[in-house]
Design a protein around this ligand. Sequence first.
Ligand SMILES: [Zn+2]
Length: 255
Amino acid sequence: MTRQPVPLQVIPLGVGDYFSRVNYTTTFLVLGGTTRMLIDCSDPLQKELHEATTRAGLPLGVNDIDAVLLTHLHGDHANGLEGLGFFRKQAKDSPGRPTIYLLPEVLTDLWERRLRGPMGRAHMPTKGIDAVSELTDYFDPHPVEPGKPFRVGDLEIEARRSRHVLPCMGCKIHYGGRTLGYSSDTDYDPAHIEFLSDSDLIFHETSGGVHADYQLLAKLPEPLRKRMRLVHLPDDFDRASSAIEPAEAGKVYVV
Ligand SMILES: [Zn+2]
């Protein structure tokens, strides 16, 4: 079916941290123009995509996804890639390999240190049971350079490395004169917040340990906080008294 262009919007598939018992981990579906892109790819991808988009009133499945912007390799952001790659390789009505956009060092590790084990010897109907597979059998990878904008379909994207324990990038996504910002995983970093600050809507992470301290985010100027939504939430996060609105899975945020 021909897609109708839509304004820039985002549907969180999950808003929790890695250890949540009640939320899926933090992942987004971004729609703008006729492009449909995931930011990160958590597990269980099929279920969280189905539930969030059904709640949002525009049910979509993994065959509707054009691309994945992968911010980093922690499992709460990347555990869905194996299932996505297998499904898109084998489903009868698959549109083919998803494109995947990621930092060059993340691209190197994605295959060698994460996916080659389960996917490198996988049976594929066209190859036979003893065949060897490569990353490019499943995905169309595109390394991105922070500071150099790039296009994913109708979306224009800027990436910025964040301060995290693994190589990781936040991003700004532009379409139709509007801008969506996402911190991805980071500690509290004024320079990263400054990069995101000209966005119309910003999703910022918060959690304990190496993540951004809520108490510091709560001290940001009110006009900035009003444009911010919190994700990567621990289960004991006090949503009711938060100085920054916590995000909800399955809600459509028009940017
Ligand atoms: Zn992380």
